[in-house]
Design a protein around this ligand. Structure first.
Ligand code: ATP
Length: 407
């Protein structure tokens, strides 16, 4: 029995996307080529999710088809990836849609990008290169099968049953980043990982290749860590997926602390990646190089390591807290707080962090002091007083210095 998704199409897509897709559909009939909505968008239509971006598979040459759209339908080709015969097209309504020629793929080495071949193949061959059945669904756009769901791999039933299932048993060996994708879909959609898929995942994770490039895994982890769900980190531990990066991640981290008022305003979405990654890597070094971390990311990990290895030196004096933590990036302190709930970090962030000496050298000169090395000492004395809750105003600071000088 055929399933048609015209209602979902009309309900979930913006007018701009709809007009662009209908224009592409008309152009495909004129050009004599088959095109399909493919992958995530079809899954999301079935799940009643909002649509973020649109992929169209072209059973033929997507680049030639995009040129036709540009010539005859006032579209603009804004990017072409020659080797994969994919292209980005801007439509008169302003939206941008990705067009990919159908293709097959083979993996010569685990974790490395596959070799693409047989461009323009049948859609059925194309969908076999994909990760999970739920991402293999297509929706016909040509007149002959407009809005018709095309399901070669049982993706529809898996969506109904909320199952994440790979297509063949070498899938995780070909591309271990699919493990992170499985967790991403599991958390995002509340799906279960099918038993056989889960066992194959565990087989792979029991013997991870520690030399494999991590670029794809890093990209997937980046997206994964940005899912707003407090289970994000614990799933990575429970499912052993952390083994892709490390062998001894920190566990028992209290993520409720991320929601504490004084912590939650200190980081933004992009920092979540570095926060979670530090917790994974604090005890093992071997992925740092392969993850190609930025110098900022490496600095954070090193600072957290430094703080963590000095946990027993509990700081109590305000000036000491200020001097030590003041030199450390605030994100490193957030991570350290997540791990330890350390009260001196809390004190630094909530009470001490923003304390500054208000007077400067010119103020001292105006008081009649000769510029000298003693100035540094004065500032330090004022700072110590302020850190203990005294000398709120500039006038009080000046008064304090005058008294000090008289002693
Ligand atoms: P999201 O909703 O997070 O954007 P998505 O699946 O819609 O996820 P992409 O990650 O851009 O979007 O992937 C687009 C399609 O490409 C997927 O639906 C899937 O069919 C295929 N795909 C993506 N990554 C892989 C992979 N590692 N292996 C096989 N197929 C993949």
């Amino acid at each position: 029995m055929s399933i048609f998704l015209d209602k979902e199409f009309n309900a979930l897509l913006s007018e701009n996307y709809k007009s662009a897709i209908l224009l592409a559909a008309k152009a495909a009939d004129d050009f004599g080529i088959q095109i399909f909505l493919i992958g995530g968008i079809v899954r999301d239509l079935l799940l009643d999710n909002s649509i973020k971006d649109i992929d169209i598979a072209v059973q033929g040459d997507a680049v030639k088809f995009a040129d036709f759209l540009a010539k005859k339908f006032s579209c603009k080709v804004i990017a072409v990836q020659e080797n994969l015969r994919t292209t980005k097209v801007e439509f008169p309504s302003g939206v941008i849609i990705d067009f990919a020629s159908t293709r097959q793929e083979k993996y010569e080495k685990s974790g490395v990008l596959p070799i693409a071949y047989n461009f323009g193949c049948n859609l059925e061959e194309d969908v076999k290169r994909r990760d999970f059945t739920i991402n293999t669904l297509a929706l016909g756009l040509n007149k002959s099968q407009m809005y018709e769901l095309i399901d070669f791999c049982g993706g529809y039933v898996d969506i109904i049953n909320k199952k994440i299932r790979i297509l063949h048993k070498k899938s995780f060996i070909d591309d271990p980043s699919r493990i992170v994708r499985a967790l991403k879909f599991k958390i995002r959609f509340g799906f279960d990982i099918d038993n056989n898929t889960y066992n194959l995942m565990q087989n792979y994770l029991s013997d991870v290749d520690n030399l494999m490039p991590l670029e794809r895994i890093k990209n997937e982890l980046y997206q994964y860590f940005n899912i707003k769900d407090k289970k994000v980190y614990s799933y990575l531990i429970e499912t052993n997926a952390y083994k892709l990066l490390c062998d001894n991640p920190l566990t028992n981290v209290d993520f409720e602390r991320l929601k504490t008022d004084f912590i939650k305003n200190l980081f933004n979405k992009d920092d979540l990646w570095v926060i979670y990654m530090s917790l994974l890597l604090i005890n093992s070094n071997y992925s740092v190089q392969r993850l190609n971390l930025t110098s900022y990311e490496q600095k954070i990990i090193n600072e957290v390591k430094f703080l963590y290895s000095n946990t027993r030196n509990i700081l109590t004096d305000n000036f000491e807290i200020y001097s030590v933590y003041g030199k450390i990036n605030i994100i490193s302190l957030v991570i350290y707080y997540l791990i330890t709930g350390n009260n001196s970090v809390k004190k630094y962030i909530t009470e001490l962090k923003d304390i500054k000496v208000l007077i400067n050298g010119n103020d001292l000169i105006s008081l009649g002091f000769m510029p000298s090395e003693k100035f540094g000492g004065y500032f330090e004395k004022i700072l110590k007083e302020k850190l203990n809750g005294k000398l709120k105003t500039k006038a009080e600071e000046l008064e304090f210095i005058k008294k000090e000088e008289k002693k």
